[in-house]
Design a protein around this ligand. Structure first.
Ligand code: SF4
Length: 265
């Protein structure tokens, strides 16, 4: 079984408990303007150009390829190298992207290989997949880091390019399974941070049974260089990271619904 990845991050400490190895699967059906991994959006390998601002003349100079096809054994070889750190810290392997559910068969095979070796797994996902696909991944993984961005269906479609019913249905299934999950809310200026969206997200999650922790992920501009290297448009229009006052407002909004709230990670 083969799939396409675009990065493996060792010693990750923000992608689930303990020290982890994070594998980034390439390809995502969403197109969030704030995406900080634009090199993970297309499924296949692609050229990464020189920084347009430095190369001048509006020309992208092709300098390398991002993304590679790998088999399960190769990925497991990388994961297993750091087993001692997982054992000592309560860590494991995290599958991120892109959207890891987009390569569901490959993801399933990786999760099964980790389970065979008793390595803890986490899936970092937007939740966008057909429910029958999600239920297979749900059974195979130990923990979910689940993004919930926008509740209004039309606004979700407008911002991300996909509707949100699968995302909400899969989140309910995750909650019903009793499997550990951390909800993550991207705080994006002018897109997700309106008080009515925060209230709607909090109200939806409050009605679930087991998710009681929300992690706020503030927008940051660090991906702008990647957009230039890919020759892709930055659709954030120069937006700045949310101010501490805005983050406090969002944190208070979730806390008022009884959630434990953290910022980042
Ligand atoms: S779902 Fe995640 S990886 Fe996909 S476009 Fe949105 S932010 Fe990027």
């Amino acid at each position: 079984m083969k799939g396409t990845i675009f990065n493996i991050k060792k010693y990750a400490i923000h992608d689930g408990p303990g020290i982890r190895t994070t594998i980034f699967l390439k390809g995502c059906p969403l197109s969030c303007p704030w995406c900080h991994n634009p090199e993970g959006l297309r499924q296949g390998p692609e050229f990464l150009g020189k920084d347009l601002l430095r190369s001048g003349g509006g020309r992208v100079v092709k300098t390398g390829i991002i993304g590679r096809e790998v088999d399960v054994a190769a990925v497991m070889g990388d994961i297993e190298k750091d087993r001692i750190f997982y054992d000592e810290s309560g860590g494991g392997a995290t599958f991120s992207g892109g959207e890891p559910l987009f390569q569901a068969a490959f993801l399933r095979a990786l999760l099964a290989a980790c389970r065979e070796r008793e390595i803890h797994t986490a899936v970092d996902t937007s939740g966008y997949a057909p429910p029958e696909v999600f239920s297979e991944i749900l059974a195979a993984a130990d923990l979910f880091l689940y993004d919930l961005k926008v509740m209004d269906p039309a606004r979700h479609l407008e911002l991300t390019g996909v509707p949100n019913p699968w995302i909400l249905e899969n989140l309910k299934a995750l909650d019903g399974s009793g499997k550990p999950a951390l909800l993550r809310f991207p705080a994006i200026p002018g897109m997700t941070d309106a008080p009515d969206n925060i209230a709607a997200v909090a109200a939806f999650v409050r009605d679930l049974k087991s998710i009681r922790e929300v992690s706020i992920l503030p927008y940051h501009r660090t991906a702008q260089g990647k957009y230039r290297k890919l020759g892709a448009a930055d659709r954030m229009g120069g937006a700045e990271a949310p101010s501490p006052a805005v983050i406090d407002r969002i944190r208070d909004g979730f806390a008022s619904y009884g959630f434990t709230v953290t910022v980042g990670g």
